[in-house]
Design a protein around this ligand. Structure first.
Ligand code: TRP
Length: 330
């Protein structure tokens, strides 16, 4: 009870990047004994844009497989699929009635997405942040690891929690964002001033967790650098700084060790060395994920078990909420 609760949601889009691994997943493995952690593959959020049903199902399972392959223990953490825990939808409905139309209209992600999917601006897309608030508040989460793009949504979740608590007393924990101690902001391989994004249309800009070794090597060999040909970490050398950061994380070597190692060598040797280090970093994760994906029954049993654990926790919050708002006891 003394450990804090961490909650995060992951889009089952099938393309988790090296940037996500270094910036988030890797850190989740480190903290798994210090907090009670819940990680949720958010398939209900995913259907706010059109999905291929077979692919969505596959990718939700793949998220769980990948988390296990990264070293997250499914007994220590609760890793589950959102749609398997009905309380998410139930709380989202209740919270809808404590969220203002104006608040949702101001969400920048909604504005972006409704432009991008102008043929399908559905109510779910508009309501996306309320479902996200429900995810977090259901478990009384203290800390929510999120990227910069989700800050506005977390702020809304806090406002909804405070509004509800203001009316009914302390029902929800008001969550804080969680920024990992050991950071590492991984930049695009094609435009190193920009963050590496899993949705970058240029596939050479990003490394995905399940990329084949050949693809990883090719992308690093093509990585954009400067014309200086000197492997040193210095202000303004965005491409090389990024490659050095990645190499340092993959090998455990410090920047000065790397500079010494490549002192008399150019980028022609450095880039494939980074590629190889990343291939070896990701190889066991990729192999384990693919192995788990073949063991469907085992993977499904983990999902079911963890969904039940999540549901039991969620139910504690829901019992309070139903009582507070005036629903008749079941
Ligand atoms: N919206 C988040 C994203 O796109 C995913 C998400 C859903 C989430 N529910 C969450 C993240 C709850 C943190 C907490 O990245």
């Amino acid at each position: 009870m003394d450990k804090k609760i961490v909650f995060s949601g992951i889009q089952p889009s099938g393309d988790i990047s090296l940037g996500n691994y270094i910036g988030a997943l890797r850190n989740w493995v480190e903290i798994q004994h210090d907090y009670h952690c819940l990680y949720c593959a958010v398939d209900m959020h995913a259907i706010t844009v059109r999905q291929d049903p077979k692919k969505l199902r596959e990718q939700s399972l793949a998220v769980i497989a990948l988390l296990i392959a990264c070293g997250l223990d499914p007994k220590e953490n609760i890793m589950y699929i959102q749609s398997q825990v009905p309380q998410h939808a139930e709380l989202a409905w209740v919270l809808n009635c404590y969220t203002m139309y104006g608040e949702l209209s101001r969400m920048t992600q909604f504005k972006d997405k409704s432009q991008k999917h102008s043929d399908n601006v559905n109510a779910g897309l508009f309501d996306y942040p309320v479902l996200m608030a429900a995810d977090i508040l259901l478990y009384q989460a203290d800390l929510v690891p999120i990227g910069h793009d989700q800050k506005q949504h977390l702020e809304l979740a806090r406002n909804i929690a405070e509004r509800f608590n203001g009316i009914y007393g302390d029902v929800f924990t008001v969550p804080d964002g969680y920024i990992p101690k050991v950071g590492g902001r991984i930049m695009s391989l094609a435009e190193p001033e920009k963050k590496m994004s899993k949705s970058d249309p240029n596939v050479n800009a990003r490394i995905l967790m399940l990329d084949e070794p050949d693809a990883i090597m090719r992308k690093f060999k093509r990585a954009v650098t400067d014309s200086e040909a000197q492997v040193v970490y210095r202000e303004g050398k965005h491409g090389i700084n990024n490659l050095m950061t990645i190499y340092s994380i993959a090998t455990g070597k410090s920047f000065s060790e790397i500079e010494a190692e490549f002192d008399d060598k150019g980028y022609g040797e450095f880039k494939p060395a980074v590629g190889e280090a990343v291939v070896e970093l990701l190889r066991p994760i990729r192999e384990k994920t693919l192995e788990l994906m073949k063991e469907k029954d085992y993977l499904m049993s983990i999902c079911t078990e963890n969904a039940l654990r999540a549901s039991a926790l969620a139910e504690r919050t829901m019992r309070k909420v139903r009582k507070k708002v005036g629903f008749v006891q079941r």
